[in-house]
Design a protein around this ligand. Structure first.
Ligand SMILES: [Zn+2]
Length: 265
């Protein structure tokens, strides 16, 4: 599912890839939707058929071989490139040794997150954030992980997806939160600058952004659909938020089923 910011302040746009076509999901709001998993899963990296999906879309060989499936991607502070044990040093040069951004977002309350510079704002939309603010720029993924560790002493790094889907999220003043956190974490950031160089961790001065999701009605109680348990999902489409479809029969996280071959009607 492709998620893009709305044009001129409009609602976030959702398109579902269906073969050659792109199905405009915003246009399907309020209408019946039927998804059926055919039983096939294709690895998102190599395209090979796989019985089970690992790490949201990979076959087992790719899962164990690719650097992008290594635990250091989720915990960048554990980067082991310098030890010479990176699974794919060339891939790392292109992905990990690139500028990363530390941001604050409001998805189910305040959270901190990191992303590669190029992944903004996709990352925020994937999390269902209603507001986001880039605050720091660093030179590598490992540095972003170390900065995030500092922030985690003060704020969450995860989204409470149930609260996010219920729309139980109040807007907040991210600029004030940023200033408060930067003041509290000043000495920790100073230590990282000593280690990596004064210019390695730079303050950003960007305006906060906000997003509107196309939701007719938020669910009061969250019931999750799961293709692995029941391959057929039907209902009236009530909303789109994060990587979720909200149907009157329950919600489904399509990211979780990346690589699943699904018939849509
Ligand atoms: Zn594969």
């Amino acid at each position: 599912m492709a998620v893009a910011p709305g044009e001129q302040g409009g609602a976030v746009r959702y398109r579902l890839r269906a073969g050659e076509h792109r199905l405009d999901l915003n246009a399907r709001l309020g209408q019946p939707l039927r998804l059926e998993w055919t039983g096939a899963i294709a690895c998102t990296h190599c395209g090979r058929a796989t019985k089970k999906s690992f790490a949201q879309g990979y076959c087992y060989p790719c899962f164990t071989r690719l650097a992008q499936c290594d635990t250091c991607i989720v915990k960048p502070e554990t980067c082991h490139f310098d030890a010479g044990t990176c699974r794919e040093p060339e891939w790392a040069e292109r992905h990990c040794f690139q500028p990363h951004v530390i941001y604050l977002a409001n998805s189910s309350g305040l959270k901190v997150g990191i992303t590669r510079g190029t992944q903004v704002p996709t990352r925020w939309l994937d999390q269902g954030a209603i507001q986001a603010l880039p605050i720091l720029s660093v030179e590598t993924r490992q540095q972003s992980g170390l900065v995030e560790m500092l922030f985690k002493e003060e704020v969450a790094d995860r989204t409470n997806w149930r609260a996010m889907l219920k729309g139980e999220v109040e807007p907040m003043d991210l600029l004030t939160e940023r200033d408060r956190l930067l003041a509290r974490l000043e000495s920790g950031l100073g230590q990282l600058r000593q280690r990596f160089g004064a210019d390695a961790i730079r303050l950003l001065d960007e305006p906060p952004v906000s997003f509107d999701y196309p939701v007719l009605e938020f669910p009061r109680k969250i019931v999750s659909h799961n293709f692995d348990k029941k391959p057929e999902v039907t209902g009236t489409l009530l909303g789109l938020k994060g990587q979720y479809l909200i149907l009157d029969s329950g919600v489904i996280n399509l990211r979780k089923f990346t690589g699943y071959e699904v018939a849509v009607s």
